[in-house]
Design a protein around this ligand. Structure first.
Ligand SMILES: [Zn+2]
Length: 83
């Protein structure tokens, strides 16, 4: 028997950061706090994470948001760099 407050650790396949998940379940989506990659729980014992490129997850929307963010910070750099 394991404790009542079981905590699991997985590792980001992208940057190897340790990711803590309380009560992980298969198919659960988590975001790596270090690199922002969206991951999915593919195994629970031991806990294993993989990139979440599944159908049913709106990855396009997420990418659009990330692109938007990148563009904004690039623009800001230009503002300071060019003038
Ligand atoms: Zn990561």
């Amino acid at each position: 028997m394991s404790g009542p407050n079981k905590k699991e650790y997985g590792f980001c396949p992208d940057c190897d950061s340790r990711i803590k998940i309380k009560a992980p379940r298969l198919g659960q989506k988590v975001t790596c706090h270090a690199c922002g990659t969206v991951l999915e729980v593919v195994d629970t014992s031991p806990l294993e994470l993989d990139w979440a490129f599944d159908e049913g997850f709106d990855f396009d929307e997420l990418e659009t948001k990330l692109e938007d963010k990148k563009e904004r910070s690039a623009q800001r750099e230009e503002d300071f760099g060019l003038f």
